[in-house]
Structures are given as C-alpha cells and as structure tokens.
Ligand binder design. Structure first.
Ligand code: NAD
Ligand code: WQD
Length: 337
C-alpha cells in the first residue's frame, strides 16, 4: 500500500506515519511546515529506519495540488490531517481557517474524484458535539452549533465529504478525536506548540520544566465531582494506530458504508485536577497551579462511547492517563537537551 499523509510532519500525522511505516506501508508526506518543523522528518526516519518521501507545498493552492496528483496518481489512500487547529485564532481570523481547512480538503477530493482514488481518512473532532446532552457521546449524538470557526470547519468538512461520497465512487472515514495527548515512547516526536500553549498537557509540562510560571486551571465550579472540567484524553500513539486500521479497512473494502464515522477516545473522562494529579504522581513533582475563572467557550464535560470503534475497527485505546502524562513529560525533558 502507498498512502499520502497530509500534515504528516505535524503532531498526530508524524505518529501516524511511524505506525504506517512500521506496518510496512509506503508513505508520502505533504506538509507546508505552517505548524511543524522539518526536523520531524529526521525523527521519523530515526524511529522507523525509513525516510518517507516528502513534499512541501500548500494544499490550499489548487495548482500545486493538481501538479502533485499529476505525478502521484497511484495512491491507495489518503489520510488528511493538514489543517489549522487553534480555536482562538480561528475566532479572530475565520477566513484564514475556512480557506485553509476547506479548500485543502476540496482540492484533494477533486483530485481523488478525477483520478479514481477512492480511500480517504479524515481528522474530525469531538468539537462537533459541543456540550452533549447525553454522556458518553456516540457517533449518533447530535452535532451542535459550532463554538468556533475552527469547529465549524470540522462540521463543514464532514458534510463536504459525506455529500461528495454520495455523488461519486469515493469512500471515506471520519475519525472524531477526543483530546490527543502524550508522545512517542522514543521521545523523538511529540506535540510542539508554537508560543504559549492553549492545550492543557503542553501547558502542564512547560510549567513543570520552568518555561511557564504557573498553570491556570480554568474553573472549579463546573458540575463535576471536583468542579473542574472533564475530557476524554487519548494517547497519540493509540490514535495513530486507529488510522492504520481505518485506511486498511477502506483499502480492503471492509467498510460497511461508503462514509463511516468513528469516535476515538478511551471512553474515560478525567477532570483537569485528575490530569494534574496524574502528572504529579508519575513525575513525583509538585505542579505550580492556581484555580482561576472559566475559559470562554469551554464545555463542562465530554467523553466518548467507543463501542462502535471497538467493535467495527477492532481497535481499543490501550494507554491510560498515567502513560499519557509520563510520555508527555519524557518528550518535554528531551526537548531541553
Ligand atoms: P498539527 O498542526 O500538529 O499538524 C497539522 C499539520 O498540517 C502541520 O504540520 C501543518 O504544517 C500542516 N498543514 C496545515 N495546513 C496545511 C496546508 N494548507 N498544506 C500543507 N500542510 C498544511 O495538528 P495536529 O494536532 O497533528 O492535528 C492534525 C489534525 O487533527 C488536524 O486536522 C486537527 O484539526 C485534527 N484534530 C486535532 C486535535 C488535537 O487536539 N490535536 C483534536 C481533534 C482533531
Ligand atoms: C482541556 C481542559 C480546559 C489549558 C481543544 C479544542 C478541541 C480539540 C482538542 C481539535 C479544559 C483546561 C486548559 C490550561 C486549563 N482540538 N485547561 N488550563 O479545550 O478540551 O479542546 O483541543 O479539534 O476542538 O477546543 O482542550 O487541552 O485546551 O483543555 O485548565 O491552561 O483543560 O479548560 O477543561 P479542549 P484543552
């Protein structure tokens, strides 16, 4: 199999390239380095002893995209990670997000359609559920009005894929990730946030290592057991493995419908303070944190029902919250060297 991985030098993409190559699958990466570093290519090569083919261009550039597919019409599938993902930035610059996230997708699907390439795995997000009325959320839970332009790009992308598949011979799987955290056990790849992290785990590790002074815990007045918000954190390596299964499922025609959607989480919710406690436990350190007010736009609690992914994909997240905090910490320490 030969698979195109867009955004393959990014956080989740790089871990997925490693799992694909370790499964004997040939990979071509397209990434314009808008949120990643070229050194990740070396790290992937070091982990797998295989250097993946790499192309640097903007997938939202239709001509560049067409040119790439002109020269690569023998792909067995595409895993499409490339997108902008900063929620706050999308609120301030919505057109940048709609343009990048949706034009890239449409350029890819246009080429799939005209060149008879049929298998697409797409990175969606639990953000499409907003604050669910019933927990845990299943794939049939209603999607809510998006909280941000970023969230809306995921909702719209799912609809674009569904409608295009309905009208063509394409097949696709949308994977709705819950909260990906952690890093590869080698600590050679992991999450590399630019500037001040928005997400909890990199903020925790940067605080512990002394880059940030203090973690602000956003709100302790939620309707949860300790008052802090609950999420379903999932180890990035578990997430990456699900992509290998999903693309093989399409390639081997094992899919039950032309467009399938799967939740990817552990099925367990952890509060912010439980994540902090896990971090303190596995690192044997005290984290400097302070409870502050809620963050605007945050939901109270969400975790996944993963029955459908467990049964249909034969996939289950294996790593627990302590594995996640420990690997994130190991990666943070490796960055210092
Ligand atoms: P990331 O920013 O680390 O990786 C995305 C990669 O795509 C980057 O390397 C970036 O340089 C590249 N890219 C972006 N736009 C591009 C373009 N137009 N052309 C070529 N390359 C481009 O993000 P990630 O955390 O690895 O997320 C991957 C996907 O998963 C994204 O679609 C994201 O929205 C989705 N997702 C992420 C999370 C999360 O919390 N990390 C949760 C749910 C869904
Ligand atoms: C987790 C919890 C915060 C930082 C975001 C996107 C979502 C998806 C995943 C892409 C929340 C709390 C955080 C901090 C804190 N991405 N927190 N102090 O908000 O669940 O989801 O990433 O699709 O779309 O919105 O993740 O890691 O930012 O926050 O207390 O400094 O940690 O309030 O409860 P979130 P997160």
């Amino acid at each position: 199999m030969k698979i195109l991985v867009t955004g393959g030098l990014g956080y989740i993409g790089s871990h997925t390239v490693v799992e694909l190559q370790n499964s004997g699958i040939d990979v071509i990466i397209v990434d314009n380095l808008s949120n990643s570093e070229i050194s990740v290519l070396n790290s992937i090569t070091n982990i797998t002893s295989i250097e993946p083919e790499y192309h640097n261009f903007d997938l939202a550039d239709k001509e560049a995209c067409n040119l790439f597919f002109n020269n690569n019409s023998d792909l067995d599938g595409i895993i499409h990670f490339a997108a902008y993902k900063a929620v706050g930035e999308s609120v301030n610059n919505p057109l940048m997000y709609y343009r990048n996230n949706l034009e890239s997708l449409m350029n890819i699907m246009d080429n799939m359609n005209t060149r008879g390439l049929s298998n697409l795995v797409f990175s969606s997000s639990c953000t499409v559920y907003g604050q669910p009325d019933v927990l845990p959320v299943t794939e049939d839970s209603p999607r809510k009005e998006a909280e941000s332009p970023y969230g809306n790009t995921k909702k719209m992308a799912e609809d674009i894929i569904r409608d295009t598949i309905y009208a063509t011979d394409l097949k696709g799987i949308a994977l709705r990730y819950f909260n990906p955290v952690g890093a590869h056990p080698t600590a050679l790849i992991g999450e590399l946030p630019l500037g001040v992290p928005n997400n909890l785990m990199p903020f925790i590790t940067q605080t512990a290592v002394g880059i940030r002074e203090q973690l602000s815990v956003f709100g302790d007045d939620y309707n949860t057991h300790d008052g802090t918000a609950i999420r379903d954190y999932i180890h990035v390596v578990d997430l990456a493995k699900a992509h290998v299964i999903a693309i093989k499922r399409l390639f081997e025609n094992k899919n039950k419908r032309d467009f399938e959607i799967f939740n990817l989480g552990t099925g367990n919710g952890y509060s912010v303070l439980e994540v902090v406690k896990s971090f303190e436990r596995v690192t044997n350190t005290k984290l400097n944190y302070k409870i502050v007010g809620r963050r605007e736009g945050d939901i109270e609690k969400v975790w996944a029902n993963t029955d459908f992914a467990n049964k249909e994909l034969g996939w289950k997240a294996e790593q627990d919250i302590d594995d996640m905090t420990a690997s994130a910490w190991k990666f943070q320490l490796a960055l210092k060297k």
